[in-house]
Design a protein around this ligand. Sequence first.
Ligand code: OSB
Ligand code: MG
Length: 372
Amino acid sequence: MRIERLELALLKLPLVHFFETSFSRVHDKTFILVRVAGDGLVGYGECVADQDPYYSSETNDSAWHIIARFIAPRVIGHEFTHPRDLVAALASIRGHNMAKAAVEMAAWDLYARQQGLPLWRALGGVRDRIASGVSVGIQDSVDQLLAAVERELAAGYRRIKIKIKQGWDVGVVEAVRRRFGPVSLMVDANGAYRASDADHLAGLDAFALMMIEQPLDYDDILDHATLQRRLRTPICLDESIKSVNAAREALSLGACRIINIKPGRMGGFTESIRLHDLCAASGIPVWHGGMLESGIGRAANIHLSTLPNFTLPGDIAASKRYFSADLIDPPIEVASDGTIAVPAGPGLGVAIRQDRIDAATVTREVFDVAHA
Ligand code: OSB
Ligand code: MG
């Protein structure tokens, strides 16, 4: 495959409801959409970097800079036999996984379309429906949270994740359990706690949570290992796992019992598959995380979730939870049994609404062979 042209667009979409984590509250989703073209076909990759360096050190501006200045010249006009070959082509660029992933995932979409295969087949998936869970952000009141959880359970979602932070944790979980009983429930702290909060976090053990996601700092694998020995609740790492090497370290230290896979955080599908395989070989279940993606990035997540060791419901929910008009038609929908059908056409298998992309676009830049 040969990528002749790469386009970047910065898009801004309003969220139907604000989304609050321990690190910020956002009202819109602003992200880079990558489109690659070659041999008469196109492929799309959604970059999961944000406006601010709060979830990770990358931002839209840093990703744009790295793609324009370092990734595009290494990709455009080069011959690749397989999208996994982009990993080696980009290996001299340290970090910037979200920037790399956006281009690598676009190359996978292009490759799958060239092969006439749905992306999940190209990735090595084994199922045509995936189990869906929801991530419920921090609300202004416990009553509002309970109303949100009630709505999501009624919609059929297979597990509920609640965002927590200091002052919005044990009491909130207790309220949810009291109201809804033994539903599949987990929490995500996005690194809000310190090692010295271990006794407080052990208070969550009373609520039979499926897991606690990323309780401690994003780069702190060692203290997660200590905390995991103290907790009955399994720890799941998200922010800490930006490479297969980090996962090897976490697993060998016992820092977690579950891993969340986000291809943007890992630098693309190829590295995500390596992580998936490592976890499978180590008896560690994985699930697919979410970054409030548009339907384009969400479709990519659905395809990756078809690999065999994705045995827990992912943070991949219906389009309408996020956007009133998604960038794909039809939008992603969740059946009453809490599953999502994997798009069946070639590549991502979703129809792109170019009119909605155009309406949401703030800036664009095109790179082609002449620029490489
Ligand atoms: O930690 O999983 C996270 C959203 C933005 C940044 C980080 C996270 C999240 C979510 C939302 O939890 C998942 C979704 O896309 O619904
Ligand atoms: Mg998380």
